[in-house]
Design a protein around this ligand. Structure first.
Ligand code: G1P
Length: 330
């Protein structure tokens, strides 16, 4: 088998995370102080996939390039591929055809987070070499996703955002493909939302008798496209945070449970109740930082109470009269 390449889709307008995404790509919003996109790159590298293409949009591509660089920081080689229009996931695959060539590849949606990583998935794909291997998980609201209809273990049909879902098994944003996907993608017409849907391309593979396999996710999975999901992903990752204090915490503070304080951070007169992370060079003064909070680098919080929130690099909160809860603050 040709060596597997990685394709991370990091275009998209991120309309559901506005206003924060007016200035910044949604894939760069940090979860436990690390951009969502980096979790995807790391998952690929961990599975042995180091030749990675990142599909970017003209509007946010420069920020993504600047953040992920040439990939050397991750032990990968990154090639950037510009998708001129947000015409869908299958359109992104076609845009990347020159980069992918005849290699099989892992496609990873840049705003997805998977607790278990993708090593198991990649090795299953290498072993059986199907035309596609998809990942499924049970969800409460299948109509918001691509949905699979199964017959026993076999996938018999896939539908994108069905009004009347055939099951509660949603397509997770990680897919493995052989080169037959190009032909299937080329045959598509735009869907009702005006996109070339990867879900429909895979459905065509099934219809034409190609081999499409599936696995069900065992750990948690999050598509961080919306605020509530972003905060939940933040909580899930913070739950597993390794506690450490590399910054300065003065004697008049209380630091409880799982807390990471990065180098250069200075905390005084405050209570920090984990799980929480305090970024590099942050200043926390006479404040309460509650559970499930990620304080970004160089953030300043004084005389204020914050919990279950994400504060991006450089944010400032002072003399807040009320407790801030469930916020994403830029
Ligand atoms: C996309 C896919 C959908 C999949 C989802 C996973 O949806 O079209 O099939 O279930 O990603 O995150 P979108 O984010 O474009 O709404």
């Amino acid at each position: 088998m040709d060596d597997l390449k990685g394709l991370i889709l990091s275009g998209g307008a991120g309309t559901r995370l506005r206003p924060i995404t007016h200035t910044s790509a949604k894939q760069l919003v940090p979860v436990a102080n690390k951009p969502v996109l980096f979790y995807g790159i790391e998952a690929l590298v961990e599975a042995g996939v180091t030749e990675i293409g990142i599909v970017i949009a003209p509007e946010t591509g420069d920020e993504i390039r600047e953040a992920a660089g040439d990939g050397s920081a991750f032990g990968a080689t990154i090639t950037y591929i510009t998708q001129d229009r947000p015409d869908g996931l299958a359109h992104a695959v076609l845009t990347a055809e020159d980069f992918l060539g005849s290699s099989p590849f892992v496609m990873y949606l840049g705003d997805n987070l998977l607790a278990e990583g993708i090593t198991r998935l990649v090795s299953a794909f290498r072993d059986s070499q199907p035309d596609a291997l998809i990942l499924l998980t049970k969800v409460d609201d299948p109509s918001s996703y691509g949905v699979a209809e199964l017959d026993g273990d076999r996938v018999v049909r896939l539908v994108e955002k069905p009004k009347d879902p055939p099951s509660d098994l949603a397509l997770v944003g990680v897919y493995l493909f052989g080169p037959t996907i190009f032909e299937a993608a080329r045959a598509l017409e735009p869907s009702w939302r005006g996109e070339l849907e990867i879900t429909e391309a895979i459905d065509r593979l099934i219809e034409s008798g190609k081999r499409v396999e599936s696995q069900v996710v065992s750990g948690w999975w999050k598509d961080t496209g919306q605020l509530a999901d972003m905060l939940e992903a933040n909580r899930l990752v913070l739950e597993e945070l390794a506690p450490r204090i590399d910054g300065e915490v003065s004697d008049d503070c209380r630091v409880e449970s799982r807390v990471a304080v990065e180098a250069g951070a200075v905390i005084s007169g405050s209570v920090v109740r984990g799980p929480a992370i305090i970024g590099r060079d942050a200043r926390i003064t006479d404040a309460f930082i509650g559970p499930y909070t990620s304080i970004g680098d160089e953030v300043e919080v004084s005389r204020s109470e914050i919990e279950n929130s994400i504060l991006l690099t450089g944010a400032r909160v002072t003399d807040l009269g009320t407790r801030m809860e469930a916020c994403l603050l830029g």
